[in-house]
Every structure is written in structure tokens, then in C-alpha cells.
Ligand binder design. Structure first.
Ligand SMILES: *Cc1c(COP(=O)(O)O)cnc(C)c1O
Length: 384
């Protein structure tokens, strides 16, 4: 028999949302049907129940469910009255939403660099970015560390720099809800944290959704008002300028069901990541998770020697294996963000990572035989 005839090239999903749907389908359909029956589509009982469950899960005092992770970022920055003349320091190697809401409020995002082994904000670069902001005549107000690909940033070191300069810390845990840092779940770190329930995130709903986490009572109250048009005690006597930033009851109902299996899914993701790392350590730079952290593996991202990435992506594609590149350009190279200041000394690590990273299929339902096929394909290509 021809060897090639036996090579399995059937398509593998990058994230298998359908596998989870098969597991939970009935329970989710029933949960959604309950909302259809009571018809409280906005601020229904599921929203309050979800906020309570999320708070218990991560240990935050307040959880405010939002229409998206981006709205969650916006609401926190609005509540802190971030605006023109203020600088907010962001890593350049992230999804654009991190800096986008800063810019939307006419404040200035300063693009800082990341660490090569964690892809997360470099505390030394944060320190330099504060100086850059001051040199430009801006007031450094806040920092938004991102827990990229599900791995917590270096939160203690970032908190120390933030304390030195009086910066608010807003943890962008859009990709990392469920991960822990020094025994604390994300959501419980920083003055506030946010996450996203976009379907491809580790805890995703069936549309857009997000949440704010904080222990600060006054901040939580302001965000709850801003989430609903700046409403006062009387709904029709507005006390602030806000947005429509609520999570739908149907999405809350979906999330309540998914939250029940989330801890198991995190274990499955961690097992899949370990299997990748065992299989690929010799041929690529595999992700490193320090003893102080756990990752929820929103992405499993390896680094390759310069020039090898396109060839690997094409070879895998031919075998039915999808890959993705998060991110091909750091923020400071993107058209919408290239005119904002970059930290003095630049962000060379962000630029280098943009050339070297590639992400492999990752989800909680990645079967070992499928994963072995991916590992063999990567090894087979990179060994040549
Ligand atoms: C997904 C994401 C967001 C935005 O979340 P949405 O729910 O899509 O608005 C923000 N920051 C990071 C790092 C993200 O990955």
C-alpha cells in the first residue's frame, strides 16, 4: 500500500466549539428556553446569578456583566475618568481592544514592550513608559497588563511599578479568565480586571459578552450606572453619560451552564498543552509557565526560527491542520495605532515575536490521537 494513501489529512478544527456544544447541548437549550419563557431578556435573573457565580469562582467582591470585553474595558476607564492628557500604558503585543478604548476616550495609549518568554508586559518597559509619558507632558494614570494567550502577566512586579507612580492597574484578562497567579484567580488582581466571553475565549458564550471584576465598592457602583446610560437611583434621572453595556439574559444562561464544566475544561486544556510541549520541545520554542502561575491556554503558541513560519503553516494546511498568527503586527505597527507614542527605546521584543509566533489548534476536546497527528506534522516539517 502507498504510504501517502494512509496519511490522514481530514480537517481538524482550530477551536472545536461544536464538541462542547455536543456535550452540553441539552442543558444549554433548556437554559435558553427558560429565558424565552420568562421573557426578561435584559437584566433577567440569570445575569445576577452569573455575576454571583463568577464572583465566587474568582474571589472578586463585585462582578459586573457586560456586553463585551471591550465594553468592560471602556466602562472601567470611563469610571476612572480617563481622558485627554492622560497616558495609559499598554503592551504593544496584544489584541487592539486593549489600547482602543484608551484612544476612544481621547487619552494616549503608550506602547510598552513585552517579555520574550511570556509574551506579557515587561515591568522594566512599564517603568520606562512612565518616564516616556512624563517626557511627553502626559499624566501617567493607568496601566493595562494583558494576560496574553491565557498566561498571567508578572503581576507583582507590575503592581510595584504601578504603586511607585500611583497608576491604576486594569488587568485585561480577556483571554485568561480561570488562570491563577500566586494562588489568586485572575479577576481578583489589580484595582479592576476584565474578561471577555467571545465564543473563542476559554469561557465563551454564544455571542458577545464580558465582565468587570473589582473589590472597590464605589467603582462597582459607578460602572453599574455607566453600564445603563449613567442611570441614577431613578432610571429616568441620569447622573452620568454612559453606554448600553449590559450582558443579555440568554448569554448569561449559556454561561451559567458552561461554568459548571469550566474547571474540568481547564484541566483538559492544561493536559493538551503539556502533550504539545512534550512533543515539540526539541523543534520549536514552547511556552513557559512559571511556578507562580497557571495558564488557561487560550492559545498554544510556539516560536520558530525566523523564516520558518510560512512554510510550517502551508505544510500543516495541506494536512488539514489549521494554524493562526496572533499577532502578525504589534499595535505600534498597525495603521490605527502607529501614531501613538512607543516607550523610549522601542518595543523590539514585540516586533520580534510578531515574526516568530504561530498558534496550534487548542481546546478542551483535543483528543490525543488528533494531537499526535498535529505534533507529527509539525516535527516532520521542522526537521527538514
Ligand atoms: C478578545 C479580547 C478583548 C476584547 O474582548 P471582546 O469581548 O471581543 O470585546 C480585549 N483584550 C484582549 C487581549 C482580547 O483578547
Amino acid at each position: 500500500m502507498n504510504r501517502h494513501a494512509r496519511l490522514d489529512t481530514s480537517p481538524i478544527p482550530f477551536i472545536d466549539v461544536a464538541a462542547q456544544r455536543r456535550r452540553l447541548g441539552g442543558a444549554i437549550d433548556e437554559a435558553v428556553a427558560r429565558v424565552m419563557a420568562h421573557c426578561q431578556f435584559i437584566q433577567g435573573p440569570e445575569v445576577r446569578a452569573l455575576e454571583t457565580e463568577l464572583a465566587a469562582y474568582c474571589g472578586a467582591r463585585h462582578v459586573i456583566a457586560c456586553a463585551s470585553g471591550t465594553d468592560a474595558l471602556l466602562l472601567v476607564l470611563m469610571a476612572w475618568e480617563i481622558g485627554p492628557g492622560d497616558a495609559v500604558i499598554c503592551p504593544s503585543f496584544t489584541f487592539c481592544a486593549t489600547a482602543e478604548m484608551v484612544a476612544l476616550l481621547r487619552a494616549t495609549p503608550i506602547m510598552a514592550d513585552v517579555q520574550v518568554d511570556t509574551f506579557n508586559l515587561d515591568p522594566d518597559s512599564l517603568q520606562r513608559a512612565v518616564a516616556t509619558a512624563k517626557r511627553l507632558g502626559l499624566k501617567p494614570k493607568a496601566v493595562i497588563p494583558v494576560d496574553l494567550f491565557g498566561l498571567p502577566a508578572d503581576h507583582d512586579a507590575i503592581a510595584a511599578v504601578a504603586a511607585e507612580h500611583g497608576l491604576f492597574v486594569l488587568d485585561d484578562a480577556a483571554q485568561a479568565f480561570g488562570a491563577a497567579y500566586r494562588g489568586k484567580k485572575l479577576g481578583a488582581l489589580g484595582a479592576a480586571a476584565i474578561t471577555s466571553f467571545f465564543p473563542a475565549k476559554p469561557l465563551g458564550c454564544y455571542g458577545d459578552g464580558g465582565a468587570v471584576f473589582t473589590d472597590d465598592d464605589a467603582l462597582a457602583a459607578r460602572i453599574k450606572s455607566l453600564r445603563v446610560h449613567g442611570e441614577g437611583v431613578d432610571k429616568y434621572d441620569a447622573v452620568g453619560i454612559g453606554i448600553t453595556g449590559r450582558l443579555d439574559s440568554i448569554q448569561a444562561a449559556v454561561l451559567l451552564e458552561k461554568l459548571k464544566i469550566f474547571p474540568e475544561e481547564i484541566v483538559a486544556r492544561d493536559r493538551a498543552a503539556a502533550r504539545y510541549s512534550d512533543g515539540l520541545a526539541g523543534v520549536a520554542t514552547v511556552p513557559r509557565v512559571g511556578n507562580e502561575s497557571s495558564s488557561v491556554w487560550a492559545q498554544y503558541t510556539i516560536r520558530l526560527a525566523p523564516g520558518r513560519r510560512d512554510g510550517l503553516a502551508a505544510a500543516l494546511k495541506a494536512q488539514g491542520i489549521p494554524t493562526a498568527i496572533y499577532y502578525r503586527k504589534p499595535l505600534h505597527r498597525q495603521r490605527a495605532y502607529c501614531s501613538f507614542p512607543v516607550v523610549d527605546g522601542g518595543a523590539p521584543v514585540s516586533e520580534r515575536l510578531a515574526e516568530e509566533v504561530i498558534s496550534l489548534p487548542m481546546h478542551a476536546y483535543l483528543d490525543p490521537p488528533v494531537q499526535d497527528r498535529i505534533i507529527a506534522a509539525v516535527r516532520g516539517t521542522l526537521a527538514n
